[in-house]
Design a protein around this ligand. Structure first.
Ligand code: ARG
Length: 234
């Protein structure tokens, strides 16, 4: 897990999450870094209110690259890569997530996914100091179409509908588990052979935990997007 911090904001520098994908690159959401410039990336953090409970490390940003097809008026390809100035030593608490290279199919609809982040624990709530984890399910895109197509800006923001480069992920048992503000850019993962594979990046929602509006994530299973990650960061 990564936290993105801006410069000149000593009190509340952390504005989005991200995920370490190799020794020098962090994947996040493009919308995170459109208004704020990421200056520092924190790795190995757990509780933001305590300095000594984890051995976190801060890294500086050398460069960042937006997905070439990202257009901030629309929801598609909300991905960006951040290059760190230094290589990150891999430890037990700081290590990259696996990417779904090769013949690694998207988990089936209904599969269990794990979301982690420091975002708010309720809509308009403050960011959480302690990293939170939630269990969510991959839902059919039609579930997101049913909700989001009722919003007045659907035609502008989703001119191609909910395409296969987006994942619709939510709760099926009404517990209201969801991502929320501040979770953007962080990972949703699936577990396979005791390893966590990245499935998507937190992108947007409508409120938080509303059963009619599951979260929408940028998929990393979509092969042109995965190819872009490979081209830039590997
Ligand atoms: N756009 C939000 C952010 O910048 C993430 C929203 C995710 N919301 C949701 N209900 N799934 O942090």
């Amino acid at each position: 897990m990564a936290l993105l911090g801006e410069e000149n904001n000593p009190r509340a520098p952390w504005f989005c999450d991200g995920v370490l994908i190799n020794e020098q690159w962090v994947l996040t959401a493009a919308h995170c870094i459109i208004e704020k410039v990421p200056h520092v990336v924190r790795l190995g953090e757990h509780d933001l209110s305590s300095t000594h409970e984890s051995n976190h490390q801060d890294y500086y940003v050398k460069n960042f690259v937006f997905h070439p097809d990202y257009d901030n008026r629309q929801v598609y390809h909300d991905l960006a890569l951040i290059q760190l100035t230094q290589r990150v030593p891999i430890t037990n608490t700081i290590r990259p997530v696996c990417l779904p290279w090769g013949r690694h199919p998207l988990p089936a609809t209904g599969s269990l996914l794990t979301l982690t982040g420091w975002g708010g624990t309720y809509y308009k709530g403050p960011m959480s100091d302690i990293l939170q984890e939630a269990s969510l399910y991959l839902l059919p895109a039609s579930k997101c179409v049913a909700g989001y197509s009722t919003l007045h800006d659907y035609a502008q923001k989703y001119p191609k509908g909910i395409t296969s480069d987006l994942l619709c992920i939510g709760d099926t048992d009404g517990q209201g588990q969801d991502a929320c503000q501040g979770d953007s850019g962080g990972p949703v993962m699936h577990r396979r052979n005791n390893k966590y594979y990245l499935s998507g990046i937190v992108s947007l929602g409508y409120g938080c935990g509303n059963p009619e509006f599951p979260g929408i994530y940028a998929s990393v299973h979509h092969s042109p997007d995965l190819a872009w990650i490979k081209r830039i960061a590997f």
